[in-house]
Design a protein around this ligand. Sequence first.
Ligand code: IPE
Ligand code: IPE
Ligand code: MG
Length: 243
Amino acid sequence: MSEKRSIPKHVAIIMDGNGRWAKQRGKERYEGHIAGAKAVDAVVRAAGVAGIEYLTLYTFSTENWGRPQAEIDAIMELFCSMVASKADELVAEGVNVKIMGERNRFSQKVLDMINHIETVTAPGKRLNLILAFNYSSRREMVLALQDIARRVKEGEVKIEDIDEALFSDSLMTAGVPDPDLIIRTSGEYRLSNFLLWQASYSEMYFPEVLWPDFGEEDFQRALNIYASRERRYGLVTKDKEER
Ligand code: IPE
Ligand code: IPE
Ligand code: MG
């Protein structure tokens, strides 16, 4: 084969189906989240091996605060224990972890863990792992607008200079390329307030598998499907002979 296989630079995943996975086994929802955390482990490893540069994981949405308090507490607890147990391995693997989302609702313990993992993994160059945690895309865009309005008011930015690049640079994903591939597990076909601006030309893949069962082979399959897609960005297909 002469054509180079195309590997996405940025893969974003909506990790869905933990609750259903637990229910199917007569377990509590939080047990599904624990199983889901193990799947994260496998996918981070697979992404590093595949040469992905950015992996964004939808970990907790702004809307998820509306869930029962016991489930929220279990997710926060799980985040803290994952950070504590995985920090050394992430550093050794060259993974750079960033938490993306508003931080005002987190407990001091969660804030300390966020600080810890971002600090110790900062030198990582192999894979950028972005955890969308208390994230929602609409809120992200509203905050970007507020920031731009403030800069206009202060005379730093002219209204006519507001363009797509400036807006992108005002989002929480500033500096991160748009996702090439978005995966959502569990057979739900929606974005649920995830990267709405950034997903304009992302390829989408919706496997039926529940997130705790998503493994390295599923990730590999997603990459193969991505490689078989043709991204046109509104243009027309180039004739192969002309290339
Ligand atoms: C995704 O799994 C994880 C989070 C939203 C934190 P869910 O908890 O949404 O699982 P289902 O959709 O109820 O099965
Ligand atoms: C999206 O899943 C959020 C995360 C995976 C963290 P949800 O389960 O919260 O979304 P809906 O309710 O099915 O749209
Ligand atoms: Mg869900």
